[in-house]
Design a binder for this molecule. Structure first.
Ligand code: C5P
Length: 485
């Protein structure tokens, strides 16, 4: 019998069921100290009947107690505080994804959080005890708020409610969550979620400003539909993968795979004015470009994001330049040069109105509709791809097509002087334009790679990982070449 695995699984099961060692012993019909003796190692060889009784008391099989592997020890430990809001359920997915990445998660829940998700679910996913009380009388588990605060490499709050932020901003420590937040020296990341009116209220604005000044980091909130019917605006919690990207930025910013590299990303549509109230546009949401900027930042790059009009929040830690037209986007990109990498994700309008009317064009009662004369916009990707000097080492374009995807993409790779093209099918039935997922093909000089359908945030992470690889290959090729001469 693997004793360590047994002890670890027993602890896990006690936490998952919210049972104390004493209660488990009594429920199993055993002596009062039997379970705690197993946990402490005092009882070196518990008999199989004893273990069977303990398993029954904890609602699991003997095999589950004996064969389960201990929770994997992650490379890093973070404290995740679950706040009391509807989006608390997303914390479960976040925990799962963090564990997949080898992160050990210690869960803390506020009292309000327990109205939305149970400690049982949080504990089952973290694979450990969930901490809820400032003063915990279960000595054998109590690690104390100072130790929880000290052992974490980061503390994240998901969701950060208006109330929790107010208590943090005033330095309260009247429950375990705020005590840990006050005591920690680790970076703190908040993922706020609340009704848009609460997010915009003067008190919350003040608290956000105070917390920002105190060095607290934020991810989101995003704009979108709220859980309450007919409510929309800024207040939706960032998605788990966005939170992970922000956490990675916080922890790996200085040492990530793109540390020391400069990256320019374009994103969103452009708006080409026709008159003071009308413009030409397209359905691009900016999700893919913004995700790439966030992923590059998370990998430690210095990022300039040139964005057309979108309703997304600015990704944390990047320099953002907001533009409207293709001409402005070209200006912003050329001013941001030099760079190591340029990733042109924006759906730049191909045409603009030849001349923009100064006043609103009036509808004629009986006249013919006006004719719109169009001029071609500058091609930003092609301009950067063909730069004779100061060309980024890696120039990457996107090809959004509704037909002949790969043939069109291959043509663009050549014509625009790009190193790579990320091709995606944007036919309406794919739901890519404006949606959260993307199915892409990566065209490079070496050929075509087909990627499976992935969230845009994951496409971004993979692309950034590929970029980091390519840059390091290029550096080593160059070094090899220069050592030959
Ligand atoms: O020609 P098409 O618009 O399909 O090319 C798409 C690629 O070119 C994208 O990377 C897009 O950002 C870029 N592009 C550009 N400037 C334009 C048109 C497209 O940078 N005027």
């Amino acid at each position: 019998m693997d004793k360590d695995a047994l002890v670890s699984r027993l602890k896990q099961r006690l936490a998952e069921t919210g049972t104390t060692a004493l209660a488990a012993s009594l429920r199993a019909g055993l002596g009062k100290g039997v379970v705690s003796d197993i946990l402490s190692g005092k009882s070196a060889n518990p008999g199989i009947e004893t273990l069977r009784a303990v398993a029954r008391a904890l609602d699991c099989d003997l095999a589950d107690l004996l064969t389960a592997t201990p929770a994997p020890a992650g490379k890093r430990t973070i404290v995740l505080i679950v706040g009391g809001g509807i989006s608390a359920y997303k914390s479960l997915d976040l925990i799962r994804r963090l564990r997949e990445r080898g992160v050990t998660v210690r869960g803390i829940m506020t009292r309000a959080a327990q109205e939305f998700v149970t400690p049982l679910s949080v504990g089952a996913l973290t694979g450990g005890r969930v901490f809820t009380e400032l003063f915990d009388r279960e000595d054998e588990h109590d690690v104390g708020h100072i130790r929880l605060a000290r052992e974490a490499e980061a503390v994240i709050v998901v969701p950060a409610t208006a109330d929790l932020m107010a208590r943090m901003a005033s330095g309260r420590a009247d429950d375990l969550a705020t005590a840990v937040l006050l005591a920690t020296r680790a970076p703190v990341l908040l993922a706020p979620a609340m009704n848009p009116a609460m997010w915009g209220s003067p008190a919350t604005r003040r608290n956000v400003a105070t917390l920002t000044k105190d060095g607290v980091h934020f991810v989101g909130p995003n704009a979108g539909e709220m859980a309450e019917a007919n409510e929309a605006g800024v207040g939706r919690m960032a998605e788990p993968l966005e939170i992970i990207a922000a956490l990675e930025t916080l922890l790996d910013g200085e040492t990530g795979a793109l540390a020391g590299r400069k990256v320019i990303v374009t994103s969103g549509p452009t708006h080409e004015p026709i008159d003071p109230v009308r413009y030409l546009a397209n359905r691009s949401s900016g999700r893919q470009g913004h995700a790439i900027a966030a992923a590059a930042r998370a990998a430690g790059a210095e990022v300039t994001l040139v964005s057309g009009p979108v309703s997304l929040p600015d990704p944390a830690g990047v320099t953002i330049v907001h533009v409207e037209t293709a001409a402005e986007m070209l200006d912003a990109v050329t001013s941001a040069l030099p760079a190591d990498v340029a990733i042109m994700t924006a759906a730049v309008a191909d045409w603009r109105a030849t001349s923009v009317a100064r006043a609103k064009i009036k509808k004629q009662a009986r006249g013919a509709p006006p004719t719109l004369a169009l001029a071609e916009n500058p091609d930003i990707l092609s301009t950067v791809g063909h730069l004779a000097s100061g060309r980024p080492r890696l120039v990457i374009g996107f090809a959004a097509e509704t037909d002949d995807l790969l043939a069109n993409a291959a043509r663009k790779l050549k014509a625009k002087g790009a190193d790579w093209i990320v091709a995606n099918d944007v036919s309406p039935e794919t739901g890519v334009m404006g949606g959260v997922d993307n199915t892409v093909h990566l065209l490079t000089a070496a050929g075509v790679e087909d990627w499976e359908r992935l969230p845009k945030t994951e496409v971004a992470r993979r692309l950034v990982a590929r970029i980091a690889d390519a840059l390091s290959e290029k550096s080593s090729e160059r070094m090899a070449r220069s050592s030959r001469v």
